[in-house]
Each structure stands twice: as C-alpha cells, then as structure tokens.
Design a binder for this molecule. Structure first.
Ligand code: AMP
Length: 567
C-alpha cells in the first residue's frame, strides 16, 4: 500500500510550481509510484475528489464538522481554530499549524511516535467513506470520529491535505487535463487513447489503473457501461451559423427544446435517469421511467434527450417547472400528475452491449429510431425529435422560426458525420437562439444586505471558470434583478457554503451557478479574470449546472472580442 505521505508530498511540491508541464510531471511520478489497486483513489484525490463525480456519492463534510474533528484531535478550541483560519485564510494551513502546536506539546512523549504506522491512501479513503455513509442519529459523531482518527494518525503536512480533501478543494490546480496527460506519461501510452478511455468510462481512476496494469491494450478494451453515466456532449453558440452550415455542406437541424437534459440507462426492465450534472434523478421521475420501459425496445441502451414540462395543450412550460420535477424528493406522484413530461430523444450512445459513440450521428440516429416505438396511444409522451438534413439556409431559418413559435429555445445544428464526444463542446453541435447575451457564472463570494435585507445575502461575487487551471476567476458582483423570495432562496443555498470572511465579504465554496445578463464586458484590473461586467443583472439560478460548467474565461474572451467587432 502507498503511504498518504507520498501523496501529501506531491501536493506540496505542486503547490510551489506554476508550470502545467512540471505539474503534469509531478502527478505522473505519483501515479507511477502508487500501487495499481490504489490508483483509482490517488487519481481522484489529486483532482480534489474523494469519489468519482459520476458515482453520485457525496462526502458531505462541512466546515463545522471538520473544525470539531480538528479540535478533538488537537485539544485546541473551535474558536481558536476559527481564528487561525481567519488569519491564514485556508483550512489546510490552519490544520498544519494546529497539528504542529499539538506536536510541540507532545514533544516530551514523542520518542516513540516515529514508530507509528503510516497512514495509507486506502486508509484515508476508507475513513472518508465510513464518514460519508453515516446517516441518522449519531452520524455526526461517527463522521467526527473518523476524521479525528485521520488527524491523530497524520503528520502536520498530511493533516493540511486531509483537511483540504475533506472539503474537496486541494487548491493545487490539478484538473482532468493534467491527469490525462500524466497518465499518458506515467505509463507511456498515447494521450488520445487515454482521452478516449476517459470519454467512455468517465473515470480517470479506472483509466489509470487499466493503463498501469495492461497498457495500451487494456485501455482500448475499456468501454461504456450501463449505469455508469458518461458526460453529456455539449454545444456552442455559433457567431455565424450560416457560414458553419455552408462548411458542413449539409447539416442535421433539430429543435432546441426548452427543458432539462436527461441521460437514460435501460438495462432489461430497470431504468436509471441522470441529469445534466449526472445526478441520479430516477426517483423523482417515475412517469419517465414508465415511458421508457414501455416504448424503448432494447435489451440495454443509453439514450440522450431533453425532458420538457408541458401544459394541457402540450406547450412547453417555463424551464423552472421541469427543474421542480427533477428536484422533487417527496410527493413525487402528485407532482408527476400536475406537471406532465414529454421526452424528446436525440441521441443514443450504447445499444445491446455495443458502444455507439464512435459512429457518425446519422448512423446513431438510425439505431435510435430502430429502438423507440412511438406508434402507441400515448406516443406524444416520447418521440425521437424531428431532424432535417439540409444545406438550405432559408429552410434552416424556417425551422428556427417554427421552433420559437412552438415555445422552444431555437435550433441545434449538428454535423451529420460527427461522433458523440462526451463532455466536449465543439463545432459539431451548434446552437442558434435569440441573442440575449447571458453568462452562467459560479458564486464565489457573498455580502449580507442592509436595512430590510440585513438578514439576506444581498450581493453575490461571481466568477467564470478556467478549465486549464481548474480555478474560478472573479468577474463581478450581482445584486440587482432579485426578488425578496429569490434572495431568501439563494441565502438558504449559500449559507452552508460560506467560508472565511475579509472586509465584510465571505468566500463561498463554488457550487451555485447563476445566469447573469449584462450590458457589456469591460477589461478590468479589479478582478482575477481581467474582466468586469457592466450592469450585471440576475436572471435565474442554473440548478442544472455544476460550477465547473460555468462559462469559461475563454468564452468571456470570445464574447469580449465579438463585442469589439460590433462597435
Ligand atoms: P445550453 O444549455 O444553452 O448550452 O444548450 C445545450 C442544451 O440544449 C443541451 O444540453 C440540451 O439540454 C438542450 N437541447 C434541447 N434540444 C436539443 C437537441 N435537439 N439536441 C441537443 N441538445 C438539445
């Protein structure tokens, strides 16, 4: 087994370097050292995850729990620990100081301490897992005890990274791109093969283990598995859709339905549904499960589509309505009767044991049509969305206007020969919708309001995302456009995520994404992104988006450049 010390040393080394190449080298050295069986754990750890994102397992350790465990392990009061966090600005650095202090006090007994068994990566994982699985009465105590054990058995440096890992934020800027390249380097396999293996498994831990155990051959045999959701293929806005269609010669044009994305896994009679964030939403949508059971004629399949909430006339309802269905935990049946859902399927990634993502869109579509039966009485509840293959720009415009008239968002223009690229945003799926420039931004800071709104968060610092460094870069503050009810809802969502405070502004762990409208993007030295928004205005909460899906700094740069062109 590999000691957690090795892992902590790698984190420490990475923290001191800024070059991506050197970071990749450090990660690759670590991956080479770690035992094959522990590789999945170390691979997730280094990306600040304890469980693979697709698994739906939640660590669920909050700051107060962590402080309590540190306090019990060190004998230092929670108040003193909080004071240390305020001065260091970081739980990891505070934990390091707390444990150093404890060591100092214990120095007189410590002659035998060096012989303590070292913590292994597996042990750290198991303690986290036991803590995460504790539920009900007494569960807080179980969680604290497991964390306390980890702090009691770790060196100050290990404690620094254990505490950061407990909050799933190592602050070393290692994301999927770095780990993919590190796997390629560590086990001498091509990066594109690693990338493909990642796309089908959605788990770099599995990929790293396969690469170590069986090299290229093992990676090539990895495939999609039912009930392990893959990332959704994404679309981008085209600045000039006509010229893109001309480039494609012929495009596959579909309505862009105004609903919520759903990935459907059918395995015999069992149906599992995943949201865009890959959360398991099966229990909230029993009617959808039934529809799939009834109308999808395949032994096993993975399908992609948009679930739309409709009114009595079959017209789409507001986006918020479908989200209510996806988030419903209680009285699910009642809600299902009140807000019926229509399922529009537009892709298939797996059918009867075969991975289809490498087939061109048009062939996947044939497979999709072959297994969806829509000629029965309630066929309106499920359909393969209509697709027109054309290079005729007028016809495309006509379809666009029809989609808007029917209450949907616009159209999707897809490359008919393109493969399904999980997690990728590119030119193969383009969207056209009415121009109302908005950005999806993660909340990273908060300030309490004044007067009547003193007990509500009144201002939200928002940030875009830099996928290359896995960091959130601030771009502005949003405080207008919100009703009292929305403020109350957001305050509820954010209070548990608040961390240190400086000058009345609380740092907020990025989890909530807001859609924000604005007049203009300006260059600004005041924010880490280098940009600021003029007249930012809250539009809605994007509950369906993970923080890493906030708009990227690259998109901000593109929108800024387009703006300049328009001036
Ligand atoms: P956006 O959320 O604005 O980035 O737009 C992409 C989203 O549009 C996808 O994630 C789907 O949820 C949704 N969508 C609606 N209709 C389609 C379609 N025909 N093909 C692909 N995506 C669609």
């Amino acid at each position: 087994m590999t000691s957690f010390r090795e892992f902590a040393e790698t984190c420490q080394a990475i923290e001191k370097i800024s070059s991506t190449i050197e970071t990749t080298n450090k990660v690759s050295e670590l991956l080479r050292k770690v035992d094959a069986e522990e590789l999945p754990l170390a691979t997730h750890f280094i990306m600040s995850e304890v469980f693979p994102a697709w698994s739906g397992e939640q660590l669920g350790i909050g700051t107060s729990l962590l402080y309590a465990a540190l306090s019990r392990a060190s004998g230092m009061s929670i108040k003193s620990i909080e004071a240390l966090i305020r001065t260091t600005g970081d739980i990891g650095d505070a934990a390091l100081l707390v444990l150093k202090e404890k060591r100092k006090n214990q120095a007189t007994f410590s002659s035998f301490m060096e012989e303590e068994p070292e913590l292994s990566i597996t042990e750290v994982y198991q303690r986290f897992k036991t803590a995460s699985e504790a539920t009900g009465k007494g569960s807080q105590d179980v969680k604290i005890k497991n964390l306390q054990f980890l702090f009691n058995s770790s060196s100050p440096r290990e404690a620094k990274y254990i505490s950061r890992l407990a909050l799933e934020e190592l602050r070393i800027g290692v994301g999927e791109g770095v780990v993919r390249d590190a796997i390629a380097k560590a086990f001498s396999v091509p990066a594109d093969v690693v990338e493909h293996a990642f796309m089908v498994t959605n788990d770099l831990g599995i990929v790293a283990e396969a690469a170590k155990k069986g090299g290229l051959e093992a990676l090539e045999t990895l495939g999609i598995e039912i009930n392990r959701p893959i990332k959704m293929m994404l679309s981008q806005i085209s600045p000039d859709i006509d010229s893109d269609i001309r480039d494609m010669k012929e495009a596959a044009v579909e309505w862009k339905f105004d609903g919520a994305r759903v990935q459907i896994h059918k395995d015999g009679n069992s149906v599992t549904l995943f949201s865009r964030k890959l959360e398991n939403v099966t229990n909230s949508l029993p009617d959808l499960v039934e529809i799939v059971r009834k109308h999808v004629k395949a032994e096993s399949a993975i399908l992609d589509g948009e679930a739309v909430a409709v009114d009595e006339k079959g017209k789409p309802r507001a986006f918020q309505e479908i989200l209510k269905r996806f988030r419903r935990k209680y009285d699910v049946e009642e809600k299902a009767a009140g807000i019926p859902i229509q399922l529009n399927l537009f892709d298939i990634m797996y059918l009867n044991g075969k991975t289809l993502i490498d087939l061109p869109l048009l062939e996947r579509r044939k497979a999709l049509e072959s297994c969806v039966e829509s000629s029965v009485e309630d066929s309106k509840s499920i359909s393969v969305d209509e697709q027109v293959i054309t290079g005729d720009l007028e016809l495309v415009e006509k379809i666009y206007r029809e989609a808007l008239k029917a209450g949907h968002e616009g159209i999707m223009v897809k490359n008919p020969g393109s493969v399904y690229s999980p997690g990728k945003r590119g030119k193969n799926w383009l969207k056209k919708k009415p121009l109302m420039e908005t950005l999806d931004l993660a909340v990273v800071g908060a300030e309490w309001g004044f007067g009547r709104r003193a007990n509500l968060i009144g201002s939200y610092t928002v940030a875009c995302y830099d996928p290359e460094t896995s960091r959130f870069l601030q771009i502005g503050k949003v405080g207008t456009g919100l009703t009292d009810e929305q403020l109350r809802e957001l305050t509820g969502m954010l209070t548990g995520l608040m961390e240190g405070e400086s000058g009345g502004v609380f740092a907020v762990r990025p989890e909530v994404v807001l859609e924000v409208a604005f007049e203009e993007i300006q260059k600004s030295p005041n924010y880490a992104s280098g940009f600021a928004l003029r007249f930012p205005r809250f539009i809605r909460v994007r509950n369906d988006k993970a923080p890493e899906e906030a708009d990227s700094i690259q998109r901000i740069e593109r929108v800024y450049a387009q703006q300049l062109k328009r001036l």
